[in-house]
Design a protein around this ligand. Structure first.
Ligand code: SAM
Length: 282
């Protein structure tokens, strides 16, 4: 009998992947964790039956969430990652010798353990000496921090369940406070296409705009996320991600990427009109 993983992307649309093998299934205190393999996408992780990453397309998400802010300010030294227990974001950050410390705040220890066992492709740098893992709620963690980080990356689940607090006004205000005077906040920002995701994107953007003087939204094509079209939020105290990009300086670092490049960096901020209208609440 064939086994399929099916995810509801809107109330009238489902997305399915034929499963080769189920490698892991378990429940943590916070969520249901599954690891499966597929001929097309390799090993993939779902939380509460929602796609987190696949071996085949995770490079797009992790390139875009890391290299866009890092190329905007290559002097970044201290980074906070909230969520991201699969390790993909940390893996990309550790490629910068200039980064001195990374705090990873992941609510669910079991996600990290399961990824270390089944997804070494993303979890491979979690033991880097510059990385400290805190098993805490990111919402609570940032409450106590002031003026400490050059970059905060919110690599969270969607705005329900444990991830809900990471889309609130309180959280964004505390991220602003936790960042240094030239700090940058980047977050996974859902999709503009289906209404349920588009509403989350619009609300999150509205809240971030209240705190940060510079706010932009950028895009990437991620085949296994709802609609295949995904957004990231870029918020900053000083740097403009397009005007302040020093492409030559980043290219000289010699970091080899499969998706990101400095031309794409400029292009990814050029949004279609329906997305601009959504963000401007038209
Ligand atoms: N790339 C993924 C995506 O956009 O679908 C995100 C992947 S990563 C596995 C998301 C992580 O955020 C999960 O491991 C989850 O446990 C963690 N998380 C959710 N809510 C959190 C919170 N309040 N504090 C810290 N981590 C949280």
């Amino acid at each position: 009998m064939e086994l399929w993983y099916t995810e509801e992307h809107s109330k009238d649309v489902r997305f399915s992947i034929r499963v080769d093998k189920q490698l892991y299934s378990g429940n943590s205190e916070y969520q249901k964790i599954d690891v499966m393999t597929s001929n097309e996408f390799g090993t993939f992780l779902t939380l509460d039956s929602l796609m987190m990453l696949t071996e085949k397309d995770e490079f797009i998400y992790h390139d875009m969430i890391v290299h866009v802010p890092m190329a905007t300010n290559p002097k970044i030294k201290k980074v906070l990652v909230i969520g991201g227990g699969d390790g993909g974001t940390v893996r990309e950050l550790t490629r910068y010798d200039t980064i001195e410390h990374i705090d990873l705040v992941e609510i669910d220890k079991l996600v990290v353990e399961v990824c270390k066992e089944f997804l070494p492709q993303t979890a491979c740098k979690l033991e880097d000496p510059r990385v400290t893992i805190h098993y805490k709620d990111g919402l609570r963690y940032v409450r106590a921090i002031e003026n400490e980080y050059d970059l905060i990356i919110v690599d969270s689940t969607d705005p329900f369940g444990p991830g809900e607090g990471l889309f609130t006004k309180e959280f964004y205000g505390n991220c602003f406070k936790a960042l240094k005077e030239d700090g940058i906040l980047v977050n996974q920002h859902e999709s503009p296409y289906y209404e349920n995701y588009a509403n989350s994107l619009r609300r999150a953007h509205e809240r971030i705009v209240e705190f940060f003087p510079i706010t932009r939204v950028y895009q990437a094509h991620i085949p296994t996320y709802p609609s295949g079209y995904w957004m990231f939020g870029f918020a900053s105290k000083v740097y403009d991600p397009v005007k302040d990009l020093n492409a030559e300086a980043w290219n000289q670092l010699g970091i080899k990427t499969k998706y990101y490049n400095t031309n794409l960096h400029k292009g990814c901020f050029a949004l279609p009109n329906y997305v601009k209208d959504l963000l401007e609440n038209k």
